[in-house]
Design a protein around this ligand. Structure first.
Ligand code: TYD
Length: 210
């Protein structure tokens, strides 16, 4: 079972994924938690290139680095885990490319669709949970996290303008509207426990369908 988590900065994906992994492991499932960018050994270097604030990265160069990370991640990590029968929980995947490079950076959606399909070798999630909350709230959470960490080291996207993040959020809403079977919006402006419970309800429904 391949489940991806999406959302704007500060939506709380990381803590929610940990909560879900714990529940699934307690039920006896073998779970792999991974992320993009940076879910493979090689991808760790791509992640620091992509998220570092020092780089003056061209938007197409950015896209191809995300796609390189995805190709490596799919063949070396995701496919082997799914073949072993693991439940895979992945923090960001193809829909982030559609939302960030497409809706927010303005790259052509048809071309992105083709490139995403090539890079992922056609591997689509069984379920995508978009953690949804107002953009201002997400950005405030992300800023708080950066000040706690006392670091802007991975903040290249966090530091984009408000209109950029609004375009990302609109992108996720459009994706959810166009693929309602695969993509579910989950209200993330609640306690972590409530969000985990809502996500688990979607995962349990999926398990019944598969
Ligand atoms: P990450 O630290 O995972 O973000 P967050 O903590 O908000 O989950 O950083 C990943 C960043 O990369 C995030 O800002 C979104 C961006 N991104 C893209 O622009 N395109 C992509 O295809 C992916 C996977 C991520």
């Amino acid at each position: 079972m391949f489940i991806t988590f999406e959302g704007i900065e500060g939506a709380g994906k990381t803590t929610v994924i940990q909560g879900i992994a714990k529940i699934l492991e307690e039920r006896g499932s073998s779970v792999l938690v991974t992320r993009e960018p940076g879910g493979s050994t090689f991808g760790t270097s791509l992640r620091s290139l992509l998220l570092s604030c020092d780089s003056d990265l061209d938007e197409l160069a950015e896209l191809y680095l995300f796609l390189a990370d995805r190709a490596q991640h799919v063949s070396k990590v995701l496919r082997p885990a799914l073949d072993r029968g693991d439940i895979v929980l992945c923090d960001r995947y193809i829909d982030s490319t559609t939302a960030y490079q497409g809706y927010a950076r303005g790259l052509d959606q048809d071309e992105l669709h083709t490139l995403n399909t090539i890079a992922s070798r056609g591997l689509k999630p069984d379920l995508t949970l978009v953690l949804d909350l107002p953009v201002e709230e997400g950005l405030a959470r992300a800023a708080k996290r950066r000040s706690l960490l006392q670091s802007d080291a991975e903040a290249r996207f966090d530091l984009e303008k408000l209109s950029f993040h609004q375009a990302v959020a609109a992108g996720f809403h459009a994706i959810a509207a166009s693929e309602p079977q695969r993509v579910r919006l989950v209200d993330a402006a609640r306690s972590k426990e409530e969000v985990v419970r809502a996500c688990m309800a979607e995962i349990d429904q999926l398990a019944k369908r598969l």
